[in-house]
Ligand binder design. Structure first.
Ligand SMILES: Nc1ncnc2c1ncn2[C@@H]1O[C@H](COP(=O)(O)OP(=O)(O)OP(=O)(O)O)[C@@H](O)[C@H]1O
Length: 226
């Protein structure tokens, strides 16, 4: 992946050759600027790589038209981004309902499923609250419920715990892990937090846009035991 801004050219990722096993929780770690968000964005079909290809669930997404790609993302990927991206004018339950509507689930079915997901993240009593009336951790839980609603086979999260203290962050990740394992989702998560490595099935380490043969000491790329 090469970024070009006028005359400035920056190679953000080089020779990435990666297979992601389905049903597992993968952490994407590495120093600031190593290319984690770039890689996650490419794998999630948000950014088109300047070379190479990505195959997700048997579909080569790098060859899809913009429209087909957008449809593919809606149907198959739950995104959890920094800043939550909740609609400010919609209540917690409506934020989830809208995501389900986009996936084709309407009316009562979408309402029931949205409420079920909010219940799963322990926020049933806040279902009619607007995002502005929720704490950071509660907003994050709504975002997780929304990402998991409709059981997408893939979940992609960019530092989902960045805004939270370590205890809350861990609780949220344990919840994400439990829900993902229950639903059989594959999770890809960018994080700086080494304390949550034990929640992953696999840790992918990036350095200067590459996945080094040898990870730094203390980082085991293939063995993080849940
Ligand atoms: N749109 C862009 N144009 C030019 N360079 C970019 C662009 N986006 C990212 N980069 C550069 O690509 C490199 C990788 O960025 P990326 O955001 O993927 O890193 P990261 O590992 O997620 O960093 P952090 O942990 O700080 O969020 C950085 O050097 C960054 O400056």
């Amino acid at each position: 992946m090469t970024y070009r801004n006028g005359d400035l050219v920056f190679q953000a990722l080089t020779e990435i050759d990666l297979k992601i096993r389905s049903g597992d929780i993968h952490l994407l770690m590495g120093p600031s600027g190593s290319g984690k968000t770039t890689l996650l964005s490419i794998l999630g079909g948000i950014l088109t790589p300047t070379a190479g290809h990505v195959r997700l669930l048997g579909v080569e997404i790098t060859r899809l038209s913009r429209r087909r790609l957008a449809e593919f993302r809606i149907q198959n990927i739950g995104f959890i981004f920094q800043g939550f991206n909740l609609f400010p004018a919609l209540t917690a339950v409506e934020n989830i309902e809208v995501a389900l509507n986009l996936k084709g689930l309407k009316g009562r079915q979408a309402q029931d499923q949205a409420r079920y997901m909010l219940n799963q993240v322990g926020l049933d009593d806040k279902r009619h609250s607007l995002p502005q009336d929720l704490s950071g951790g509660q907003k994050q839980r709504v975002a997780i419920a929304r990402a998991l609603a409709g059981k997408p086979p893939l979940i992609m999260a960019d530092e989902p715990t960045a805004a939270l203290d370590s205890r809350r962050g861990r609780t949220i990740l344990e919840l994400l892990r439990a829900l993902a394992k229950e639903e059989g989702c594959t999770v890809l998560m960018v994080t700086h937090d080494a304390r949550i490595m034990d929640l992953a099935d696999r840790v992918l380490y990036l350095e200067d846009g590459r996945i080094p043969q040898q990870p730094p000491q203390g980082v085991d790329m293939n063995e993080a035991q849940p």
